[in-house]
Each structure stands twice: as structure tokens, then as C-alpha cells.
Design a binder for this molecule. Structure first.
Ligand SMILES: [Fe+2]
Ligand SMILES: [Fe+2]
Length: 373
């Protein structure tokens, strides 16, 4: 048995270096692949430091609130890579990692790949990863209760965000988990995505509806389960760039003049830039924020110089959800439309505004769930 954790206290500068190497390996692995030279180099450097620590005994890394503790000693440095490491652990719902004598490089690689992926981080022989129980839902929870929970999480998160304060991705991921649960319990999507009624609730109810409708479409199209979480997040965040547009433009009752419209049309770029800088946001969210007002035939906005560039399939899905929800909602300048009228408009936009295959599938799925019996 190795010495119990606590006997050995790794020096703070080596802990900082370890976390820096780990975060470089993890973020490069998310951007490129596990075989990329940067990933290989920094994974090996992190491994070297862990090997050195483990020669003294087990190393226990514990996350408590916003603090990371190494063998019972809180590590107080707050450089960007430390903050990102803590966020990543929270996002992965990891509360403890034990490195025991002596892991090999392949175990470190598996850890880095797991941390970079959208899935679980595996425990291996010498790297044990403790995951906090994801809030187990009461099996009796109704779809309404789950939806209420998800909606309040989105509301709280959006209320706390500003140009200067980062989004709480953990709160939004929890909300998406709620929405996935709702869709398993309530077959009628139209019961879930109620039209936005008041101006105050517009931002978060519209974001929620677009998220739920996008998960619904992706599920019906047969997207793998592990992709649904990122698709749900991308739906939630598609309009996040609007927080950089002035309230005068956003809340204007009448039609926007040319100048105001130009400003409004910048929200996809603002959103993509904001999300690209947010280390915890999935890259898909930035792509979708940038592309959700582009059209299937290459028109729309923002205009890009690259001809022949098509929208990402998830941006095409979110564009359909966005259109559908926007037209069901009362806006200062327009009355809400009923589903048959929206369906007609979507059909008219097939091949120009929207991917025809996706529209057909979406409308067929809506008809299926509203068919009697
Ligand atoms: Fe938008
Ligand atoms: Fe939108």
C-alpha cells in the first residue's frame, strides 16, 4: 500500500505546470485529434509530472465548490488554466481523481481523451475518476416538472450573463439534461414548446424552445444520443450574440430602420465570437450561432465570401426550429401564427431557405405526434 494521501504535498509550481500541460493537451485534443503532436507532447509532460508525484504515494485531487485540493491542501492559484481546469471538472461532474502508483502513458492518454470528449472520463487501473451522481430524477417526475426545472435553470443562467460575465455552462448543460428527459416522457412536442407569451420571458423561453425542437429533430433524424447534448446547447445559445445588440434595437416596437437592421444582423457574428472564446462551450455552439440565419441556398446573413459553402447540418436544424418558434410567438410587430400556416411557409421555403429533407422530416414528425390514436 502506498503512503496515504496527505503525507506528500506536491509543490505549487509543479501543480500549476501539471494543470497547464493537462489543459493544453485536453483543449488541443478537442480541436484536433488525440494523435496531434501538441496533444502527444503535453500529455507526455503531464504524465512525467504525475509519475514524479506518484513516486511519493497516491495523489488525491478533490474538487470542492470552486476549489481544487491536492492531497488535502487547497491549491489557491487562480491563473486561467487553473480556472478552466476547475470548470472542466465541474462540467464533467468529476469531484475526485486519484492517481496511484504508477500509471502508464496510455492511461494518461485515455484520461485526456475522456476530458476532451462529450462523454464520460473512464477510470483506469491507476487513474480513478469519481463522478458526482447526476441528479437522479424521481421516476415519477412529470414532463411538466422537468420542463419547469430546465426552464428555471435557463432563466437563472441567462439572467446572470452579461458581456463581461461568462455563461455558466454547467447550468445550461443541466437544463439540456432536463429537456432530454422531457422528450422521453412527453411525445407531443407542441405541448412542450409553448409559444412565448410575454416580452420578459422571450429570451429564455425562445432559447429553450429552439433547444427542445432541435433535439427533437435530431432524435427523429437518428443522430446518436451522445450528440444530442451539444445540439441542445447549440440551440440554447444560438441567439446569445443579441446581448451585444442595444436594447433600443432589440425592443423597438415598430419596424427597424436600415441602420438598426444592420446592427441586428450582426448578432450571429457577436455570438460566434463570444462562444469561440468560451472554453467550455462546445465548438458546435459557435458554428450554429454564426450560421443560424444563413439559408440553405447560400443566401441570408452573415454574408460570406466563400462560395459553395453550406450550412452545418445542425445549423440547418436550428434554423428550422428558430423559424418555427419565432412565428408561433407574439412579437410587437406581428401576431402569432398557427402550426398549419407555419408549415405552409416552411414548405414554400424548401430548397431555398431550408434543407427540404429536414423540413419534410420535421413536418412529418409533427403530424405523426398530433395524429389521433
Ligand atoms: Fe438569431
Ligand atoms: Fe432565434
Amino acid at each position: 500500500m502506498d503512503k496515504p494521501a496527505g503525507d506528500f504535498h506536491p509543490p505549487p509550481d509543479r501543480i500549476s505546470e501539471l494543470i497547464s500541460c493537462l489543459m493544453t493537451a485536453i483543449s488541443s485534443c478537442g480541436l484536433y485529434s488525440a494523435k496531434h503532436p501538441v496533444v502527444r507532447e503535453f500529455s507526455a509532460r503531464a504524465f512525467g509530472i504525475i509519475e514524479e508525484f506518484c513516486s511519493h504515494g497516491d495523489v488525491h485531487v478533490t474538487l470542492i465548490g470552486e476549489s481544487v485540493i491536492f492531497n488535502d491542501v487547497p491549491f489557491i492559484e487562480r491563473k486561467v488554466h487553473i480556472v478552466n481546469f476547475i470548470r472542466r471538472l465541474r462540467r464533467k461532474k468529476i469531484d475526485k481523481i486519484i492517481f496511484s502508483k504508477t500509471p502508464d502513458l496510455s492511461e494518461m492518454d485515455a484520461f485526456v481523451i475522456g476530458m476532451a470528449s462529450g462523454g464520460k472520463v473512464p477510470s483506469t487501473g491507476h487513474i480513478s475518476v469519481g463522478v458526482v451522481e447526476v441528479r437522479l430524477k424521481n421516476p415519477g417526475d412529470t414532463a411538466d416538472a422537468l420542463l419547469d426545472g430546465g426552464l428555471s435553470r435557463v432563466r437563472e443562467t441567462f439572467q446572470g450573463v452579461s458581456r463581461f460575465r461568462e455563461l455558466d455552462m454547467v447550468g445550461l448543460e443541466d437544463a439540456v439534461i432536463d429537456f432530454l428527459g422531457v422528450l422521453k416522457k412527453e411525445m407531443n412536442i407542441l405541448r412542450i414548446v409553448g409559444p412565448v407569451k410575454t416580452h420578459n420571458e422571450y429570451t429564455y423561453v425562445h432559447a429553450t424552445n429552439v433547444s427542445v425542437l432541435s433535439i427533437f429533430q435530431a432524435e427523429r433524424l437518428g443522430f446518436p444520443q451522445e450528440t444530442l447534448r451539444d445540439i441542445g446547447l447549440a440551440g440554447l445559445l444560438h441567439d446569445v450574440g443579441k446581448m451585444f445588440v442595444t436594447n433600443e434595437v432589440l425592443d423597438k416596437k415598430g419596424k427597424l430602420d436600415e441602420c438598426e437592421w444592420t446592427e441586428m444582423k450582426k448578432h450571429p457574428v457577436y455570438g460566434a465570437l463570444y462562444l469561440a472564446r468560451l472554453s467550455e462551450a462546445p465548438p458546435l455552439a459557435a458554428i450554429v450561432a454564426f450560421e443560424h440565419h444563413m439559408k440553405f441556398n447560400g443566401t441570408g446573413y452573415p454574408e460570406t465570401k466563400r462560395t459553395g459553402k453550406t450550412q452545418h447540418i445542425v445549423s440547418q436544424i436550428v434554423a428550422i426550429s428558430d423559424f418555427f418558434d419565432a412565428l408561433r410567438t407574439t412579437r410587437p410587430y406581428r401576431k402569432p401564427l398557427e402550426v398549419p400556416a407555419i408549415s405552409r411557409m416552411m414548405r414554400e421555403g424548401m430548397g431555398t431557405d431550408f434543407n427540404p429533407v429536414l423540413v419534410e422530416k420535421f413536418l412529418a414528425s409533427l403530424e405523426q405526434i398530433s395524429a389521433p390514436g
